[in-house]
Design a protein. Structure first.
Length: 99
């Protein structure tokens, strides 16, 4: 039989998970703004790299922000309901003890 579920195995709260996603998205969008500004001031192939980053980063930012789990998340243990087993000898012994 497996151990019962513990409070320490619970995942993070929805509010903390939402905040974590928002922080990851904010960081990615800040990098996008830097790419746009840098793309205006640089020339050559680096300009195209900056603009490509600004164009494709929103897609990857959503993927990164909504990625399930995080580095600090613990793996949850599957909860298994215990099965009640009664031996057949328990019924026959109880029948013999009746007056």
């Amino acid at each position: 039989m497996q151990k019962p579920q513990s409070v320490t195995n619970l995942d993070i709260s929805p509010e903390e998970e939402r905040k974590s996603r928002m922080v990851r998205y904010l960081i990615a969008m800040s990098i996008r703004v830097v790419c746009i500004v840098a793309g205006v001031y640089v020339e050559g192939w680096l300009m195209w790299v900056c603009f490509a980053g600004a164009i494709f980063l929103p897609y990857f930012a959503v993927i990164i922000a909504n990625a399930s789990g995080s580095s600090s998340a613990r793996s949850a243990v599957a909860v298994v309901a215990p099965k009640l087993q009664i031996e057949s000898t328990a019924f026959t012994v109880a029948d013999r003890e009746k007056p």
